[in-house]
Design a protein around this ligand. Structure first.
Ligand code: HDE
Length: 754
């Protein structure tokens, strides 16, 4: 670097002598006449990567360069080079025959730069294209050791993980907050190889057999003629399919509930969906369903918030995850299992454990915690990690195996297959993010994107030429054993078992388990989605499906659509509600919640603002100071208060609660030039943008607080007198104490009409 600096200094001297009036602007290319902003020309040591952002340490099968090697960090070196390491002195202009002449084919740098750019994109995932991910660690509490011999579930074992959350239907650039199922995929880099738990935030699936997957996805994706609508199920083809193929009704009602619009990836449950088979050291088997339980509780947006966020901040969930991890509010989930005996019929309490459209209520089989996942580092590079990570439902480790669920069996094929076109060949497990931490001694060879330099001459078994290596693992090594599970002797048939015929009882169970507020949201969602369909026959058919779930649900949706409510076509059962399926009624930690602190112009004492900000921090939440201008606020009595949002950049949807800091917020006066002073105290009429913030926060059932003169702002904002969850206290500390209590319940639920 020292030598390079000297060389660069010479170049800088040359340039300096060729130009005049260098600082702060230097002229651009001679003759162009366009001044360009001066760039730093003095090389300095590159910033080291943040330690927390290192990916998992990859292990290369052959000792080929890994992500920790110099090569991976090449772009942080002092000088720009070509792809083959030749230092470059110019990258802004192509090589031309004179300044205004044609570009020369000889320009190897231009051709390399453009060629590589032209091929930067890879095909996006056919489903789950839009996602965000993080690194973390899984700590086992050992509770599963009697069930499985998987090493990463041994008592006290810690395992690096990489977790990717996603929506299903939208393209890679679609909005985060659309109504959809969310993917919840975790790659465990265990000492026995990678285990991928590729789940969703909804415990059941649309279909019972993988052969229907192209159908349901074709129905949910945008229409083939117009490619409209993006990332939505609110259209004819989707409701056409699920109203005809009624095994999808259970999953669909989960989508229509608040589960379809999570507040945050950090506040979602995750489900393995299928039943898995665990094998312990003694060879005994049990059936389990995996559950991820977020420590922060399961919370959702309101539909209006989700819609606003899709425009105001399409990266809402991605940003929330990255910001929380960056700020140290590391999200955590407990991993739990529901345990069932591995009986010959693989049924539990009348529920077919091989039918992925059915859940087992937690009241019948409690979720037993077996470990905890903490996400503690953001990816260092989105493409290399989040985009290139390749999950596979068949990445098992010894002690965990598949069941005969036909949905799962199809996934075992699909996840390998899809990577061939997405990641360009069969060697995707050599991409750093996919590399196991366990030693790899496979006999897979060659192929596109082969990074390994394999040694040896006998990549086959048995061999004597490479000393017989690698050997098959003996008794002393925990090798993968396919469970010798008996199979039903039968004929080859294309049909489903009779136990798959019930399509409505669990949709009804789910609906009856919700609180009145949540049920109201479900009715509104159906009214919205079916209201977006054009075909009358589809609406009518879906109303029949709703009649088979609940009469009141069907009636309310029919009313909204202006259609008569049909009679059910099946007898409705006496389903026993499962309280565990409701999201409200408890209190949860408030870590990482966003608190807007509105500081009107003219507040001459910021001590209350500082107190609120510090109290918000102390409660592990994020304060966002909102004022009429950016920069800092000063009162001459203490540290300047940094402003994070202005009236131009703030919108209520990113806030979990709003605090008004001790003064009225008035409308801008009649002079339009005074607009920048919006919020200045004057005649007691509320600034429209402040009024919008308050009315949205109120409508979305968020806690609102204030102290001092704030009361007049609240009075003029149009909020009802003495509304629920609006607290005006004597001082800042008092207000925050109330907000903390209110936020524990996520929303002020009383505000929603039941
Ligand atoms: Fe997937 N799914 N899936 N899926 N799935 C994919 O694999 C598929 C299903 C899930 O963040 C694809 O690498 C079939 C259920 C997640 O990278 C593809 C069937 C569940 C992700 C695929 C299902 C899931 C995927 C697309 C019916 C929850 C994102 C890109 C049998 C238990 C993983 C890829 C990530 C991704 C196929 C059903 C979850 C095409 C055929 C059920 C979280 O292979």
């Amino acid at each position: 670097i020292g030598k390079a600096k000297d060389a660069a200094a010479e170049v800088v001297d040359e340039i300096s002598s060729a130009v005049s009036g260098a600082a702060p602007l230097i002229p651009g290319t001679p003759g162009s006449g366009t001044p360009t902003v001066a760039e730093p020309t003095e090389p300095h040591d590159p910033l080291p990567p943040k330690p927390a952002q290192h990916g998992p340490v990859p292990h290369s099968p052959t000792g080929a360069p890994s992500a920790d090697d110099e090569l991976a960090a090449a772009q942080q070196g002092a000088y720009l080079t070509t792809a083959t390491g030749v230092p470059l002195r110019e990258t802004d202009h192509s090589l031309k025959a004179g300044p205004r002449g044609p570009v020369l084919l000889q320009d190897h740098h231009l051709r390399e730069k453009i060629m590589h750019f032209d091929h930067e994109r890879i095909p996006e995932r056919v489903v789950h294209a839009r996602g965000a991910a993080a690194h973390g660690v899984f700590r086992s509490n050992g509770a599963a050791t009697t069930l499985t011999r998987a090493a990463f579930l041994a008592d006290g074992a810690t395992t690096p993980v990489f977790t990717r959350f996603s929506t299903v239907l939208g393209s890679r650039g679609s909005a985060d907050t659309v109504r959809d199922t969310r993917g919840f995929a975790v790659k465990f880099y265990t000492t026995e190889g990678n285990f991928d738990l590729v789940g969703n935030n909804i415990p059941v699936f649309f279909i019972q057999d993988a052969i229907k997957f192209p159908d349901v996805i074709h129905a949910g994706k945008p229409h083939p003629d117009t490619e409209i609508p993006q990332a939505q199920s609110a259209h004819d083809t989707f409701w056409d399919f699920v109203s005809l193929h009624t095994e999808g009704q259970h999953h669909a009602i989960w989508n229509m509930s608040d589960r379809g619009i999570p507040r945050s990836y950090r506040m979602m449950e995750g489900f393995g969906v299928h039943t898995f088979r665990l094998v312990n050291a003694g060879g005994e088997t049990t059936l389990v369903k995996f559950h991820w339980k977020p420590r922060l509780g399961v919370h959702s947006l309101t539909w209006e918030e989700a819609q606003i966020a899709a425009g105001v901040d399409p990266d809402f969930h991605r940003r929330d995850l990255a910001d929380a991890i960056e700020s140290g509010a590391h999200p955590e989930w407990d991993l739990g299992v529901q345990v069932f005996p591995d009986t010959a019929d693989q049924m539990f309490e009348g529920i077919d454990l091989l039918d992925s459209t059915k859940l087992v209520p937690e009241e019948l089989a409690p979720v037993q915690v077996i470990g905890t996942m903490t996400l503690n580092a953001n990816p260092g590079n989105y493409f290399a990690e989040t985009e290139q990570v390749a999950f596979h439902a068949g990445h098992f480790v010894p002690g965990i195996d598949a069941t005969d669920d036909p949905l799962f069996q199809g996934r075992l094929f699909s996840y390998l297959d899809t990577q061939l076109s997405r990641l360009g060949g069969p060697n995707f497990n050599q991409i750093p993010i996919n590399r196991p931490h366990a030693p790899v001694n496979d006999m897979l060879r060659d192929g596109l994107h082969q990074d390994a330099v394999h040694t040896g001459i006998a990549p086959y078994k048995p061999n004597s030429l490479d000393g017989g290596c690698p050997f098959l693992a003996g008794e002393d090594v925990s090798a993968f054993i396919d469970v010798p599970q008996p199979v039903e002797a039968s004929s080859k048939v294309r049909e489903a078992p009779a136990s798959y015929d019930d399509h409505f009882s669990q949709a009804r169970l789910f609906y009856l388990s919700l609180s009145p507020v949540e049920q109201a949201h479900v009715k509104q969602s159906y009214a919205f989605e079916l209201g977006k369909c054009y075909e009358q026959a589809i609406k009518e058919r879906q109303l029949v499906a709703l009649a088979n779930i609940d009469a009141d649900l069907c009636q309310k949706v029919a009313d909204a659509l202006g259609l008569p409510a049909p009679e059910p076509t099946i007898p409705l059962g006496d389903e026993v509600p499962s309280p565990a399926l409701s999201q409200i009624g408890d209190t949860w930690p408030i870590d990482g919640r966003m608190i807007g602190i509105v500081v009107p112009d003219g507040v001459d004492d910021l001590s209350g603002v500082r107190e609120v900000r510090d109290a918000v921090f102390a409660a592990k939440m994020v304060p966002l100071v909102i004022a009429s201008h950016g920069g800092v606020l000063e009162d001459g009595h203490g540290d300047p208060v940094a402003v994070q949002r202005t009236w131009v950049t703030v919108r209520s949807i990113e806030l979990d609660a709003v605090v008004l800091a001790g003064a009225p917020i008035a409308a801008p006066d009649a002079d339009p030039s005074a607009d920048a002073k919006a919020g200045a105290p004057s005649d007691g009429v509320l600034d429209p943008r402040a009024a919008l913030l308050l009315s949205e926060a109120y409508r979305h059932a968020k806690a609102i607080g204030g102290w001092g003169d704030t009361v007049s702002a609240l009075e003029t904002s149009g909020l009802p007198a003495a509304p629920e969850g609006v607290y005006v206290g004597d001082d800042a500390g008092d207000v925050i104490a109330h907000l903390v209590t209110l936020l524990g319940s996520h929303r002020v639920w009383e505000r929603f009409p039941a």
